[in-house]
Design a binder for this molecule. Structure first.
Ligand SMILES: NC(=O)c1ccc[n+]([C@@H]2O[C@H](COP(=O)([O-])OP(=O)(O)OC[C@H]3O[C@@H](n4cnc5c(N)ncnc54)[C@H](OP(=O)(O)O)[C@@H]3O)[C@@H](O)[C@H]2O)c1
Length: 378
């Protein structure tokens, strides 16, 4: 039996399970998994039913520092897939620090990154945050495309990201809290190297390449996209979040418009989960990433389009979380707190992602997104 232990908090949750399965394949017998959550019986049931009994099952509550310390003890990496995780902030990372383990978080975001970057936190090892689908895979894929197609330089990116999916309690809770604490800029895009508000408008009832139905495409930028602009030296970026259904979009707009005094995280989380079920009714779930990158290859002007599809965003998230854990285990992540999109190796991501059972389609089209007339949708 191996001495290398990877502990997955929320290990029998939706992302946690996908992480465990990917780790089984990618890290193999060299790693022993420790599966944790508040219900030890649910952890045991998952270990028996899906991991052939070959993992530890542990009851652990993020709200209990002593339980977290016991969970992290002996781990080489602590992977946090427990959610919602925003309220727990840096508790799991602190337990990893005290155990001398690396840290991976399917969520995370700026406040946790800044906290771990602060010397007062005592954090010294490697930490990979936002190791999920979006953010995470969303920022990695354009880098994969750039490397795989051997761009000399790139200047323009067009991205369509979205699909039909369920919302779990963990993901919905974190999303609602991020909407309550953030602000949105209408129609913002990058133009000539400048972040430009009102550059784009919402597209309603539009047919987009590779998307099976008419959709609403909502322009918007995230800090992950802004970092990508810097990393690839892009000057122009149009980024759309794509919604094939109306219900989730309506609830998101309502949540964003809620006055601070009226904010109720639990109620809004329930609304979001219910809206996703209504949008999903009678339809197949999918998540789709379409990226059109323009620049030069071998000195000549070139356009390439990457298309990646999965049937379930949580499987895609677990794939990235597991990849981050393997990179930390192998010493490929430098010390400090990083976001997955900025620190995971795009070449390895590209080769592993295409073999993952979470990915049903992954290919690159030679040309703009709309020109693949044979297979305009997947
Ligand atoms: N970056 C991305 O694209 C992305 C996408 C999806 C999800 N995520 C993140 O991944 C995390 C998990 O999401 P999910 O969809 O897997 O959620 P989920 O299906 O609701 O699972 C959550 C898991 O966390 C456990 N948990 C909840 N509260 C806990 C606590 N206090 N202590 C210990 N364990 C606790 C739950 O088990 P018990 O309730 O039995 O304890 C369950 O195993 C969330 O932080 C979410 O934001 C990120």
């Amino acid at each position: 039996m191996s001495d290398v232990v990877v502990g997955i908090l929320g290990g029998y949750g939706t992302v946690g399970r996908a992480t465990a399965h990917h780790l089984r394949t990618w890290a193999g017998a060299s790693v022993r998994l420790r599966i944790g959550g508040r219900r030890a019986d649910a952890a045991s049931a998952f270990v028996s039913a899906e991991l052939g009994g070959d993992a530890e099952a542990v009851g652990v509550d993020l709200d209990s520092p002593s339980e977290l310390d016991r969970f992290a003890d002996g781990c080489a990496v602590v992977v946090n897939c427990a959610g919602p995780s925003r309220r727990a902030y840096d508790r799991a990372a602190r337990a990893a620090r005290d155990a001398g383990a690396g840290y991976v978080d399917a969520a995370g975001e700026e406040p946790l990154r800044d906290r771990l970057a602060d010397p007062a936190s005592g954090w010294r090892g490697p930490a990979v945050l936002n190791a999920g689908m979006f953010p995470g895979l969303s920022g990695l894929l354009p880098r994969c495309l750039y490397r795989a197609e051997r761009f000399d330089r790139a200047d323009r990116l067009l991205g369509y990201v979205g699909g039909i999916d369920r919302f779990t309690p963990g993901a919905a809770g974190d999303y609602v809290e991020s909407l309550f604490s953030g602000s949105s800029e209408g129609g913002v895009a990058w133009r000539g190297g400048v972040r430009t508000p009102n550059a784009l408008r919402r597209l309603t009832g539009v047919e987009l390449p590779f998307f099976p139905d008419a959709v609403t495409a909502q322009p918007g930028l995230t800090s992950e996209v802004d970092t990508l602009v810097e990393a690839l030296h892009l000057s122009d970026v149009d980024w759309y979040n794509v919604f094939p259904g109306d219900r989730v979009l309506d609830v998101l707009r309502r949540i964003q418009g809620t006055a601070p005094a009226d904010r109720d995280v639990a109620a809004a989380t329930g609304e979001l989960i219910a809206a996703a079920e209504l949008d999903r009714a009678g339809r197949r779930s999918y998540q789709l990433f379409v990226y059109q990158l323009e620049g030069t290859i071998d000195g000549g002007r070139a356009v390439r389009t990457l298309v990646l599809r999965g049937e379930d965003g949580y499987g895609l998230s677990g794939m990235v979380t597991a990849l981050a854990a393997v990179e930390v285990l192998e010493g490929a992540v430098p010390d400090g707190a990083h976001f997955a999109a900025d620190v995971l190796d795009p070449d390895r991501t590209w080769s592993w992602v295409r073999d993952s059972p979470a990915v049903t389609t992954c290919r690159v089209v030679d040309g703009p997104a709309g020109e693949d007339t044979d297979e305009g949708e997947l």
